[in-house]
Design a protein around this ligand. Structure first.
Ligand code: NAD
Ligand code: SER
Length: 318
């Protein structure tokens, strides 16, 4: 894929992943070739063309694609697991209809490639929780997970029926320092760093031994870019790929933070998000991603914690 001729649109660019993906793609393609869009603008996009866009507005989306000559879309706008459970009908509408809007643009050949993220939320309480394979029982119990599972099936269908070049990853919980968490069950593992730096203590909404699959945001951004740049014949799964980084519980991450701040303490007050976490895998087997297009993570837990603390400290003293 040549980076000279591509023109990229990121939908939901103001979110946790979008801010970092926009920055990375801008380094590769040049800021003027990466159009950021979201419901409203933020300071993050001073160097990129920005379009205010509601992903549910198909005509506005089409107009932006035509106006900028967009070739590739990264569609990130969604309601995540915890906020989705608070507003299930809207979560279904946003997560599904916005996906159809971009799939249709690709089907009609207005764009040539599409990225859409899925999630570990596609798995459910009947899924084997340890080393969860790519192909297994999938009975998600959240509206978010149901929408992601349905989305995966639609992506594969558009690929098979309409030759749509859509690529997707089942992200684990993502941990980055550049933006605030956006309503996910795994977001305790982002909040904990902010509280560690500010108050040296954290009250976790998940119980101490709730292990979940997680990943540093840099690894997730690299995986996203790698799958989008892989030759089409290496992408053998057009639903979504399992993707694994590390796996840890609130107790594990607290112990690692304590190595940096010996006076840090954690307490546990599980809420409705505990049931969501309990329904998800504890660890993921992503051998297909490794074998098909060469995926490998770079961050383990000590490296992730060190990186988060160093960078967040800088932002707080800047
Ligand atoms: P986020 O909530 O931080 O960001 C989502 C962005 O979408 C926000 O900036 C929001 O303003 C925007 N948005 C919401 N409704 C919109 C609409 N109607 N039109 C346009 N923009 C709209 O989420 P994120 O963590 O950046 O996640 C991005 C994607 O990755 C989502 O599809 C999510 O399901 C998926 N994902 C995230 C994680 C994670 O841990 N963060 C894990 C698995 C999958
Ligand atoms: N991190 C996401 C969430 O907790 C998983 O997709 O909702």
């Amino acid at each position: 894929m040549s980076t000279e001729t591509e023109k990229i649109l990121i939908i939901g660019a103001g979110g946790q992943i979008g801010v970092e993906l926009t920055a990375k793609l801008s380094e590769m393609y040049g800021s003027s070739n990466v159009v950021a869009s979201d419901l409203k603008n933020t300071d993050a996009f001073n160097n990129n063309p920005f379009e205010t866009l509601d992903a549910l507005d198909k005509k506005a989306l089409f107009d932006i694609v035509r106006k900028h000559g967009i070739t590739h879309i990264y569609h990130l706008a969604a309601l995540l697991s915890a906020t989705g459970e608070q507003n299930p009908m809207f979560a279904w509408k946003l997560n599904m209809e916005s996906l159809f809007n971009v799939l249709d643009l690709a089907k009609e050949k207005h764009i040539s490639r599409l990225y859409w993220p899925s999630s570990i939320a596609v798995f459910g309480p009947t899924t084997p929780q340890e080393n969860t394979p790519q192909y297994t029982v999938m009975e998600p119990s959240t509206i978010y997970g149901i929408s992601k599972q349905a989305g995966e099936r639609w992506c594969e269908w558009y690929f098979k029926k309409h030759n749509v070049d859509v690529r997707s990853l089942r992200y684990p919980g993502l941990i980055g320092w550049k933006s605030a968490p956006g309503g996910g069950t795994t977001d305790y593992a982002v909040h904990i760093f902010h509280e560690a730096l500010k108050n040296r203590k954290y009250e976790s909404f998940l119980s101490e031994n709730t292990a979940l699959p997680m990943m540093h945001m840099e690894d997730a951004i690299r995986a996203t870019i790698e799958i989008m740049h892989a030759p089409a014949e290496q992408i053998k799964i057009r639903g979504s790929y399992n993707l694994s980084g590390i796996s840890f519980s609130p107790k594990d991450i607290a112990a690692e933070i304590k190595k940096h701040f010996p006076d840090f303490s954690i307490s546990y007050k599980p809420d409705f998000r505990q049931a969501i976490a309990d329904s998800w895998p504890k660890s993921i087997n992503d051998s297909e991603a490794r074998n098909h297009w060469g995926w490998k993570e770079q961050y383990n837990l000590p490296k992730l914690v060190e990186n988060m603390l160093i960078n967040l400290k800088k932002t707080k003293t800047a």
